[in-house]
Design a protein around this ligand. Structure first.
Ligand SMILES: C[S@@+](CC[C@H](N)C(=O)[O-])C[C@H]1O[C@@H](n2cnc3c(N)ncnc32)[C@H](O)[C@@H]1O
Length: 202
């Protein structure tokens, strides 16, 4: 597929669905997410939240083992994590000092009645779903008026990978005013040759 003919309409049938998440967590394939080579994206996401928001509820959608919770000031922010892998959630529960986690898919989760989030974080998760833009739209409805959607997309070497593709679609949607772009940056690990695109949206 050439970049010139790529379109979000074909996403569902063409994106890389990737992993059997539960099996790969059981095998320990994601243990490296807790290592220093992944620090830049967690730290940048946490930096935006700490800088732009006074406090409130943060939802980590596709939280894995809740590594992100260790970068967040849990005195200021209440952390909720959801993930479809029971093994990840069980480990997240052991890691978490404060907050809650539960098994749920991004597609099935709804904010509990009366609950609104000051930030919803899709940290290397939304690009593995069938309908990322529709989910972002739905989760925006769970935000407080000043709330933020924060998205990290790993830049694969192949431009046709999920991260680069979804990043291009997000840029287009921001240009078309579907989303208001608060900021966009790259997090980089030079030592580990990893780059993540970070979007902060409203
Ligand atoms: C690369 S891991 C990132 C985990 C975590 N966000 C982090 O950065 O430490 C991708 C995560 O997305 C979760 N995931 C993938 N598709 C999902 C879905 N449809 N609903 C909920 N979680 C999902 C996986 O189970 C996995 O934990």
């Amino acid at each position: 597929m050439g970049e010139d003919v790529d379109s979000y309409q074909t996403w569902r049938s063409t994106y890389n669905k990737g992993k059997d998440w539960e099996a790969t967590f059981q095998r320990g394939q994601w243990n490296y997410l807790d290592e220093v080579g992944e620090l830049p994206r967690y730290a940048v996401i946490a930096g935006y939240i700490h800088k732009l928001l006074p406090g409130g509820d943060v939802l980590d959608a596709g939280c894995g083992e809740a590594v992100f919770s260790q970068y967040l000031d849990l005195e200021r922010f209440r952390y909720t994590g959801i993930d479809l892998s029971p093994t990840a959630i069980e480990r997240a529960g052991r890691r978490l000092r404060r907050g809650t986690v539960r098994v749920s898919s991004i597609e099935e989760f709804s904010a509990p009645a009366g609950e609104r989030y000051c930030a919803v974080v899709f940290n290397e998760s939304i690009q593995f779903t069938d309908t990322p833009l529709e989910s972002i739209d739905r989760y925006r409805e769970f935000l407080t008026p000043e709330g933020l959607i924060v998205i990290s997309l790993f830049r694969t070497a192949d431009e046709r990978g999920n991260g680069p593709r979804l990043a291009r679609f997000l840029v287009t949607e921001c240009e078309n005013w579907r989303y208001s772009l608060v900021d966009r940056c790259e997090a980089v690990s030079v030592s580990h040759s990893r780059v993540w695109e970070i979007f902060v949206l409203r």
